[in-house]
Design a protein around this ligand. Structure first.
Ligand SMILES: [Zn+2]
Length: 245
């Protein structure tokens, strides 16, 4: 019924293909909202098993799913919600070998992963394939998200350049307020749907940050780096590489 969407928009959603990488805290709301919106084909890539400690935030999975592959658990919920959606499942880890062949089949990619190695790999692959994608990261009480249209807007490496040093990894395993990935994941799903419908303004050249303790939402301007090691014309990447975990 929305004047900007209508039947025409619903058809666009039906013919769209979105890949969600990670079926955890971010991926849960993303998968549910994409299925509910009627995205015609949704891919889910994850190689993890549902554990009881996931359930505080990974709301697509239930107690009865413990021990099952997350992709299977997610697929059941999405099919139940919308049987017309085609779901492709990939029970594998994202690597330099499978990233390009899998990602090239989709129109929009959602980075719903929880580690820097995957985030930088997804950015590299999206730049090489020229695929739009949504980045997100969550930690403790905070979250951030940004949408990237490769070669048009700033990429993840324009903003962050390189993964943090290995020694800092412990800082990034500090727990997570369960609702944070829910909020950020909903924003990622919105961005995918807006991109497909060509609706409104995307979070391009903009890092949206939120803090659940203060409820401060901020938009930080990110500029495309003309010398970016990934997306610049002259010094940009030519092939994928593996980042340290
Ligand atoms: Zn860049």
């Amino acid at each position: 019924m929305l004047e900007d969407v209508g039947e025409e928009g619903q058809k666009k959603l039906d013919s769209a293909k979105v890949l969600v990488i990670g079926a955890g805290g971010l991926g849960s709301p993303v998968c549910l909202y994409l299925a509910a919106a009627g995205i015609g084909r949704i891919g889910i890539l994850d190689y993890d098993i549902v554990e009881v400690s996931n359930l505080q935030r990974q709301i697509i999975h239930a107690t009865s799913d413990i021990g099952k592959a997350k992709i299977s658990s997610a697929q059941v919920k999405m099919k139940n919600l919308n049987p017309n959606v085609r779901i492709d499942t990939y029970f594998e880890k994202l690597t330099t070998n499978n990233a390009l062949p899998i990602m090239q089949n989709y129109d929009f990619i959602i980075d719903a992963t929880d580690n820097f190695a995957s985030k930088f790999l997804i950015n590299d692959a999206c730049v090489l394939l020229n695929k739009p994608f949504s980045h997100a990261g969550v930690l403790k009480y905070r979250g951030q998200t940004m949408t990237i249209l490769p070669h048009e807007s700033a990429c993840f490496a324009c903003a962050f350049d390189e993964p943090p040093a290995k020694e800092l990894n412990a800082i990034f395993r500090a727990g997570l307020f369960g609702v944070v990935p829910g909020i950020i994941g909903c924003i990622q799903a919105s961005e995918a749907i807006k991109y497909i419908l060509n609706l409104g303004e995307l979070l391009t050249n903009t890092l949206l940050t939120m803090d659940i303790k203060t409820m401060n939402f901020r938009k930080v301007a990110i500029h495309k780096n003309p010398d970016c090691r990934v997306c610049s014309k002259e010094n940009g990447i030519k092939e994928l590489k593996t980042y340290h975990e």
